[in-house]
Design a protein around this ligand. Structure first.
Ligand SMILES: NC(=O)c1ccc[n+]([C@@H]2O[C@H](COP(=O)([O-])OP(=O)(O)OC[C@H]3O[C@@H](n4cnc5c(N)ncnc54)[C@H](O)[C@@H]3O)[C@@H](O)[C@H]2O)c1
Length: 265
């Protein structure tokens, strides 16, 4: 049987480590790329021979090319998951923090994707999943650099999907919501924050890294063979619930009611 290779960036921690684990379960050999070499080695050790750890800085094209050259076959799947946050109000945010967020979250995904896509196209196709965020769909306090980078990644996803469709490469984005893992571990260490935030999620709970990984593997699979250029929010409904917090006097619910009680059909 031929080996199916998956490249997962940011696989050393949090959501990326769980995506790598799920990819191995789905029969992929995983090239686990992370700038945090110690962490990605530990993940690979726990996953055995099916996972090959490599130190890669996604912002450095040479580093990306060298790692890609170590994958013996064209990857069937790429997950652009490496990312970071730099918080701060725009008036105070340093240019260095702005550039770092854009560099890792947006430019990094571009550099990795075009390197891997070239091989996918030469081999007849593949699937790319970009890990964006609900912050790319909705502004959030003090997250201007992060939201701009993730919104850019969502549009880049659509552009890649169009450019590479004829090469058989599908490109989709997953936008995780309030996820109790990885970079949010510190936030949800506080039970009160967990309780308050869960209560605002229509599905009534925080998301997990597994929720994200399952959606990624679905998009990678043949079950999604006709899906490209799309974004799926894995967010328990929070991006669809803006009007839930709106004050709702009774009179609102009577608007549009036919006083004669007639109904269609
Ligand atoms: N956890 C959440 O609440 C959440 C919510 C929405 C979106 N996301 C997105 O999910 C993805 C994974 O986040 P996470 O929560 O697991 O965070 P995390 O910090 O646990 O993991 C991110 C990984 O990316 C790696 N990385 C950072 N810069 C890199 C670089 N230049 N080159 C290679 N690797 C680099 C880090 O070393 C780390 O292992 C990110 O893109 C993040 O924006 C996370």
């Amino acid at each position: 049987m031929t080996t199916k290779w998956a490249v997962v960036t940011g696989a050393g921690n949090g959501i990326g480590a769980v995506i790598a684990e799920h990819a191995v379960k789905e029969g992929y050999r995983v090239a686990a790329w992370d700038v945090d070499e110690k962490a990605v080695r530990a993940v690979a050790e726990s996953l055995g021979d099916a996972c090959v750890p490599v130190r890669v800085d996604v912002t450095d094209e040479e580093s990306v090319r060298a790692a890609a050259a170590m994958v013996p076959d064209a990857p069937s799947l790429l997950v652009n998951n490496a990312g970071l946050v730099r918080f701060g109000p725009l008036l105070d945010l340093s240019a260095a923090d702005w550039r770092l967020a854009l560099d890792v979250n947006l430019t990094g995904a571009f550099l990795v994707a075009r390197t891997v896509a070239a091989r996918m196209i030469a081999a007849g196709g593949g699937s790319i999943v970009n890990i964006a965020s609900v912050n790319g769909l909705s502004a959030a306090p003090n997250a201007g650099a992060y939201t701009a980078s993730k919104a850019g990644l969502l549009m880049l996803t659509e552009h890649m999907a169009l450019e590479w469709a004829s090469g058989g490469v599908r490109v989709n984005a997953v936008a995780p919501g309030l996820i109790n893992a990885g970079m949010s571990d510190a936030i949800y260490a506080d039970p009160e924050v967990r309780r308050l935030r869960s209560g605002r999620v229509p599905l009534g709970r925080l998301g997990s890294a597994e929720d994200v990984a399952e959606t990624v593997l679905f998009l990678a699979s043949d079950k999604a063979a006709y899906v490209t250029g799309q974004r799926i929010a894995v967010d328990g409904g929070i991006t669809k619930s803006a009007l839930n917090a709106m004050p709702r006097p009774r009179s609102v619910d009577s608007v549009g009611v036919d006083p004669m009680g007639r109904s269609e059909g």
